[in-house]
Design a protein. Structure first.
Length: 374
């Protein structure tokens, strides 16, 4: 049976208990008593989950209220959020644009004000990209910081559970509920290094955003950024082939996603070994920069988010992840926040910090957004 779909991004609505914060979860996270369908008809009749995913259980135990599961790009393997079977959420603030993927519904329900915050997953930018498209905050914690127990796919060397919120106060509270406390608000922002890697007009506006807030970043470079993007694609292709190739025999996986899954079969052992070497080099490069400067800043998306029509071919927009995917490879925490508009489309700033410094990212976002309102 096709799921009941609502244009704001929910696949199913329900209420479990009472709490101070409401949240929704991407339909790759288990919720006891409900199927985890991952936006894929091949999983339409899968067995209902016996227990909650670890992060869901933690939030419920802390008093938060779960209001529903959200749709996504099929099998969380795409960047547009377009899903003919499970439904494509309307981007609430920019309805002609893609909602972004793969955590499209989780971004949309937050941007629409349907919940206080939501959970998504980020394997190659799948929290930060839809957050940027929908004009909200998106946090990818460091790899392994939040439990992936009960999350599809079961095995991944890149995937992280992440969070969406409209404001930094809620993001702070949500992290507290997940036992990731954020220290007191900053009185001053630590030194920032800016990496120019997007279209020049986007980078110019992001520098203006920072300087208007009173930040004087110095310029930095990450020469291995492009290599890390390509290595991340090789690894996710291989790991998604391992996770999902058995579903292809059903004939129920959409053509574009099936094509991407099949491509993972041909990733050679040599390619994987080279990708792991790049992972080590890129991680060392990021660590070296962060040893000198506590925060790195760069565009979240290298180009403006496309319209739904412009993204009709999902394979044509994979390079939109080239500035977010590298930090899945290295495992560093990264956060995106809205930073203005260009030609009526949103632009977003991405902040990266050392491993274990998720709290600093939230503090920095608080500091910047407070000054933007002045």
């Amino acid at each position: 049976m096709q799921p009941v779909y609502e244009s704001n991004g929910f696949v199913e609505r329900f209420t479990l208990g009472e709490g101070e914060l409401s949240f929704a979860v991407k339909d790759t996270l288990n919720v006891a008593g409900y199927r985890t369908q991952a936006g894929c008809p091949a999983l339409a009749e899968t067995t209902a989950a016996a227990q909650h995913a670890g992060v869901v259980e933690t939030l419920l135990a802390s008093g938060c209220r779960l209001t529903g599961k959200t749709t996504l790009h099929e099998l969380a393997f795409g960047v547009t959020g377009i899903n003919a079977w499970g439904g494509t959420p309307v981007n609430p603030l920019y309805p002609t644009l893609i909602p972004g993927g793969s955590s499209s519904g989780s971004a949309a329900v937050v941007a629409a004000g349907e919940v206080d915050f939501s959970l998504g997953t980020d394997t190659g930018g799948s929290v930060r990209m839809p957050a940027a498209c929908c004009g909200i905050l998106g946090l990818k914690p460091g790899y392994g910081v939040l439990s992936r127990e009960g999350v599809l796919p079961a095995e991944s060397s890149l995937d992280c559970v992440g969070l969406f919120a409209r404001d930094t106060h809620v993001l702070r509270l949500a992290l507290n509920h997940l036992s990731l406390p954020v220290a007191a608000p900053l009185t001053d922002l630590p030194e920032v290094a800016f990496i120019a890697a997007a279209l020049p007009e986007i980078d110019t506006l992001l520098m203006q955003f920072l300087t208007h807030a009173g930040v004087q970043p110095h310029r930095a470079e990450l020469p291995t950024l492009a290599d890390a993007h390509r290595a991340g694609i090789a690894i996710i292709s291989h790991e998604n082939w391992q996770a999902f190739h058995s579903l292809l025999t059903s004939g129920a996986v959409s053509a574009d996603v099936a094509t991407r899954i099949r491509a993972g079969e041909t990733v050679s052992q040599q390619t994987l070994e080279e990708a792991e070497q790049i992972r080590q080099r890129f991680t060392a490069d990021v660590d070296a920069l962060l040893a000198k400067t506590p925060l790195l800043a760069l565009a979240t998306l290298p180009e403006l988010p496309p319209t739904l029509a412009e993204a009709a071919d999902p394979l044509s927009v994979v390079n939109l992840t080239r500035l977010v995917r590298p930090f899945n490879l290295s495992g560093h925490p990264a956060l995106t926040l809205p930073a203005g508009e260009l030609h009526g489309r949103p632009i977003a700033l991405q902040l990266v910090a050392r491993k274990g410094a998720e709290g600093l990212l939230v503090q920095a976002a608080e500091w910047l957004t407070a000054r933007r309102r002045r």
